[in-house]
Design a protein around this ligand. Structure first.
Ligand code: CA
Length: 393
């Protein structure tokens, strides 16, 4: 076992995993699920099944907070144990399977109790697009942006696992920036993000994150303290936490940083991860969804380690289970923008969907699905999806 490598592309599981599936034996993401009549419990996803860690005596509890707190040695030990149990060469479970649940028979829950939730703003392309639209087209970035990862504390109580309905929020809207009315949001938007969970003061693992946003509410309320109710009604995350060990083969250098980060924000390269990201939009009753965005997490200017270093640089402690959002992930081209605000350029260039309908912002009944994966040699390490459907105010 000394030379056993859970990331080895050649490993195969006795649990069937279709080609190009998000969850082969090289991934082994962790989540919390229930099956008929049982309490919430931790599991590991493999193909279209879940290995019940509680039934096998490997991990207890209704959240991953305890595991996150135990630190990297415990995380590695569990990953190694689960990988070997699922390995086709190991007869232990292969010949007498137990603790295996079909995903069809399971309901997913929040993987952790989120203590604090922070959302960053770390895509240069996204910040530039927004600055062009709302500030100064010739000078879209504020001077502080390249010196520190801009962020704000969000609302942990409304971070919800994928599948929850997105109730169109009400809020104050202003046409003239002088007076306001209280009404249903008319500019409901998405933000394509990733999130990372903190464990033992480091990055434990990643999920997909949709930071649902009420743009018209945001525009009126955000000055001078930043977003508040325009973001706090709902944040959706994918249910499976992909560990940093599983993502290790997909590390890539980040974009050059100028000015050079101050000492306390310096991290070794490669600091980023090569994660393909996609967004799909499906109107109510449409036969299929339209792809509206394809981009990659590797373009992010500030890395997760830098965000975490910044978050704690004033002496503030973090707790296991705290969640950080990357900020909207936008690439360089129009089809790679991570929000409708940018894709339809503030309503001036509506998107054409495959149904012939146009969209500048979300309509009631729209379903948004975000997907993400790393492409390995003959296998994928994927995140599954985070999905939500808009329902009327
Ligand atoms: Ca955001």
């Amino acid at each position: 076992m000394a030379t056993y490598q859970p990331n080895d592309p050649a490993l195969r599981s006795w649990v069937p995993v279709p080609a190009a599936h998000d969850f082969p034996i090289q991934n082994l993401p962790l989540g919390i699920f229930t099956k008929a009549g049982k309490d919430p419990r931790p599991g590991v996803r493999i193909g279209d099944h879940i290995l019940d860690l509680a039934e096998l005596g490997l991990l207890e509890g209704d959240s991953l907070n305890g595991l996150m707190e135990r630190g990297p040695a415990a995380w590695s030990e569990l990953r190694l144990r689960v990988s070997w149990l699922l390995n086709e060469e190991n007869p232990e479970l292969r010949d007498r399977p137990r603790g295996l649940v079909s995903v069809k028979d399971a309901e997913m829950h929040m993987p952790a109790r989120v203590g604090d939730y922070v959302d960053f703003y770390s895509s240069l392309e996204h910040a530039t697009n927004v600055g062009r639209m709302f500030r100064d087209p010739a000078n879209p970035l504020l001077p502080n942006w390249r010196w520190l990862p801009i962020g704000y504390h969000g609302k942990s109580g409304t971070v919800t696992v994928s599948g929850a309905s997105v109730r169109r929020p009400k809020g104050q809207l202003s046409r003239d920036n002088q007076t306001a009315v209280f009404a249903p949001c008319r500019r409901l938007d998405i933000e394509l993000e990733t999130g990372f969970f903190i464990g033992a003061n480091r990055v434990f693992g990643m999920v997909l994150l949709n930071d649902w946003s009420a743009r018209d509410v945001q525009r009126w309320e955000y000055q001078p303290l930043g977003p508040f109710l325009s973001k706090s009604f709902l944040t959706s995350i994918s249910p499976w936490v992909v560990t940093m060990e599983a993502l290790e083969p997909f590390r890539v250098p980040g974009p050059p940083q100028d000015p050079k980060p101050l000492d306390h924000l310096r991290v070794p390269e490669p600091r980023n991860y090569d994660i393909h990201l996609e967004v799909w939009l499906k109107p109510a009753g449409a036969p299929r969804a339209t792809s509206i965005c394809s981009t990659n997490f590797r373009h992010m200017y500030w890395s997760m380690e830098q965000q975490l270093k910044h978050l704690t640089s004033n002496g503030a402690p973090v707790r296991s289970g705290d969640l950080c959002g990357s900020g909207t992930v936008s690439g360089a081209g129009p089809g790679s923008f991570g929000s409708l605000l940018e894709l339809a350029w503030n309503g001036t260039q509506p998107l054409m969907l495959e149904t012939g309908e146009e969209r500048s912002f979300l309509e009631d009944g729209d379903t948004v699905t975000m997907r993400g994966w790393c492409e390995g040699a003959g296998y994928r390490v994927g995140f599954g999806e985070v999905v939500g459907t808009v329902v009327p105010a």
